[in-house]
Ligand binder design. Structure first.
Ligand SMILES: *[C@@H]1O[C@H](CO)[C@@H](O)[C@H](O)[C@H]1NC(C)=O
Ligand SMILES: [Ca+2]
Ligand SMILES: [Ca+2]
Length: 219
């Protein structure tokens, strides 16, 4: 039992940053290396997941070489399915790629080479260079958190542009409402990271267009 509870604490999440500000990765061109097998597909199958969508799903993760289980979201976190934004680097790349076009109720087996999973170092119970297999079940698919509603909440002075101060104020509120207040250097660091990734024209403001990933992506 000890072993099981230990192996299930491995986080699939590559970053503890707020989902709103997830980094986008260009996983598109890696498509061919991930194998997906549909285990169950509801009829009708809608809506289908796309990059930027907020997904709620269960996963079980296994090592390809011997089928041993290293991740189980059903027994982890009191069995609550996990929330994440698809296609933006919050989960390992192989899942970002392999979970595109899934609808609620759909189940897939996704086989992921190590370079799109835990790499040549491995992680926790996953050894270096391990191919992993996830059995995924999607519960809900909804439009991601980068909505204009969220933008308007952050944009305190309503000038349709976000300053670093506005972003920091927002982060502070979010962390406090989560019961995890942090110090100012922490918010400063995240805000800097956000600006590095989102302030494409480097004018020190994040415009609505820079914020809204839907305006950048052909979806
Ligand atoms: C993992 O793969 C890398 C690159 O192919 C290789 O250099 C390394 O030795 C491998 N590690 C193990 C433990 O097999
Ligand atoms: Ca503003
Ligand atoms: Ca800008």
């Amino acid at each position: 039992m000890m072993w099981k509870s230990v192996i299930c604490t491995l986080s699939l999440f590559v970053s503890s940053q707020l989902s709103l500000w997830a980094v986008r990765v260009s996983a598109d061109d890696l498509d061919g290396e991930v194998q997906t097998e549909v285990l169950f597909k509801p009829e009708p199958c809608s809506p289908k997941s796309k990059k930027g969508d907020l997904i709620n799903a269960h996963y079980d993760g296994y090592l390809d070489k011997d089928g041993s289980q290293f991740y189980c979201s059903r027994s982890d976190k009191d069995g609550h399915p996990q929330w994440f934004v698809l296609g933006v680097g919050q989960v390992i790349k192989g899942l970002d790629v392999g979970m595109i076009d899934m609808c609620p109720g759909e189940k897939r087996k996704i086989t992921i080479p190590s370079d799109l999973a835990f790499g040549d170092k491995g992680k926790g119970p996953v050894p270096p260079n391990a191919t992993v297999v996830f059995e995924v079940e999607v519960f809900s698919v909804s439009r991601g958190p980068r909505s204009m509603e969220a933008f308007n909440n952050i944009d305190l002075d309503k000038d349709r542009s976000l300053t670093k101060e506005e972003v920091k104020a927002y982060l502070k509120l979010e962390y406090e409402s989560d019961g995890k207040p942090r110090d100012d250097p922490f918010y400063e660091k995240i805000a800097a990271d956000i600006f590095r990734k989102s302030d494409h024209d480097k004018d020190g403001q994040i415009s609505a267009k820079e914020y809204n990933i839907y305006e950048h992506d052909e979806l």
